[in-house]
Write a protein that binds this ligand. Structure first.
Ligand SMILES: [Zn+2]
Length: 456
């Protein structure tokens, strides 16, 4: 009897162990099944380090990349313009898009596994326009830099070109090049690089001043062309005379902005710039941008003056700064930019991007006044004749660089038109004056954007 009881207990214990094991297996299958399939090197989906199949198109269905067939766009200019989003065959240019959305691209589910490979590969439709990308590539010419435009209401990036570039179907000898034309060619200058902002940073300083100095719009500033600060000198190109805040931004008066930075104070300028996202990273679609930097909190008065002007050790990332300008255009709260619009597998939509609002970073009043000031810049200084068919609000920057090199040209702003809620940024390395270099480029690119939107 005892022996039978003992055996019964052993059977019960074994049965319980089986049940527990089954529960554990099912639990792990449900929770980790996708990870088992998608671990790097899984024979189901990977060919080496890249996803094996999948098609990438622009916003209008223009083929950019067919992984299964190993082909890029048929047009070489499109291949060059899209290089930093499609990547190259050698893997020198990192593009996380396809691996980020591997599940949606392959249509994995628990019952069927990776069923999509049996028939159609996933198709990822980007928000980028091949037509606008090539217009931007041609507008930049031989210059190094980036041009980007995004819809600040939906977050869709229509254009983000990085130069220099090359044709992935005709790869140059980058390592053996001594001319310098391919310096940094593997970097996506829109997401991975930071630049000294120069005077486009005055938008940040102005926003902080509007938020924190109650009488800033009633103050008068006098510029003699030179301001002695803490043993150093801040200079303007000429004496701007006496002016209010609107005119100070339009003149891009360094002496006034040194004064304003001092009124704000280093700690406060730092705190607000961080809250604006200027020093942080922005993440979307598997990308994480380079982080900007500002060292104002512990700066000397002289350093703080230049920090408020966009020099000192200030650095901004073009994508991050574009989203800041988008927030100004959009009433004080921005929208996270994105490049992936939707993914389909066969006739199933497995992913669709939705506008993702960011937290409010400035009051609606501050945003409204900044919009007026940026409109005033174009009316009074840059000239509406440079944008024959577009109402533009903007700020230029001419960032002085160390050493014997020309300044970097920057130009950022947005279109004031409900039909075309587009914000933009242009960076041209060693491009000289921001407005002079930036305006013809962005006029061509915005015109192409509006044509594309009109056709949709
Ligand atoms: Zn001045």
């Amino acid at each position: 009897m005892n022996r039978i009881t003992n055996r019964s207990w052993i059977v019960v214990v074994l049965a319980l162990a089986l049940v527990a094991g089954s529960v554990l297996f099912v639990w792990e299958f449900v929770t980790q099944g996708p990870d088992w399939v998608y671990f790097s090197g899984s024979p189901h989906v990977y060919d080496g380090l890249k996803p094996e199949k999948g098609v990438l198109t622009d916003r209008n269905g223009v083929l950019l990349l067919n992984l299964g067939e190993g082909t890029y766009a048929t047009d070489s200019q499109v291949r060059r313009a899209m290089l930093h989003w499609t990547g190259d065959r050698q893997g020198n240019i990192a593009t996380p898009l396809l691996s980020q959305y591997l599940r949606q691209m392959t249509g994995f589910d628990l019952l069927n596994g990776v069923y999509a490979y049996a028939d159609a590969p996933g198709v990822m439709e980007l928000t980028l326009s091949a037509k606008v990308q090539t217009a931007a590539l041609e507008a930049l010419g031989d210059a190094k830099g980036t041009v980007a435009v995004y819809n600040y209401k939906t977050g869709q990036i229509l254009c983000a070109v990085s130069t220099p570039s090359f044709d992935p179907d005709d790869v140059p000898d980058v390592a053996g090049d001594t001319s310098g034309i391919y310096d940094g060619v593997y970097l996506n200058r829109f997401t991975q690089v930071t630049y000294t902002p120069g005077s486009i940073f005055k938008l940040v300083t102005t926003a902080v001043a509007l938020e924190t100095i109650p009488d800033i719009l009633r103050q008068d500033f006098t510029c003699t062309g030179v301001l002695e600060v803490g043993g150093g000198t801040v200079t303007c190109e000429r004496a701007h005379g006496t002016m209010g805040l609107y005119e100070a931004l339009a003149n891009s008066c360094n002496c006034t902005y040194a004064n304003i930075a001092q009124q704000i104070g280093g700690e406060r300028l730092q705190r607000y710039a961080e809250a604006f996202g200027i020093t942080g990273k922005l993440s979307f679609d598997g990308y994480s941008t380079a982080a900007g930097s500002l060292n104002a909190a512990d700066a000397s008065l002289y350093e703080l003056s230049w920090a408020g002007i966009g020099q000192h050790t200030d650095l901004v990332n073009p994508c991050q700064f574009l989203s800041f300008v988008g927030a100004i255009a959009n009433g004080g709260a921005g929208t996270v930019p994105h490049v992936v619009d939707r993914i389909t597998v066969g006739d199933r939509v497995t992913y669709r991007a939705e506008p993702e609002r960011m937290d409010r970073i400035m009051s609606a009043d501050t945003a409204r006044i900044l919009r007026e000031m940026m409109r005033n810049n174009v009316e009074e200084k840059y000239g509406d004749e440079n944008f024959p068919d577009i109402l533009v609000c903007a700020k230029s920057g001419t960032a002085e660089m160390d050493g014997d090199v020309a300044s970097n040209a920057l130009f950022t702003g947005f279109v004031m038109d409900e039909e075309y809620p587009l914000a933009f940024i242009v960076v041209v390395q060693e491009g000289g004056y921001g407005s002079h270099t930036g305006m013809p480029i962005i006029n061509k690119v915005l015109t192409a954007c509006m044509e594309v939107l009109d056709e949709e």
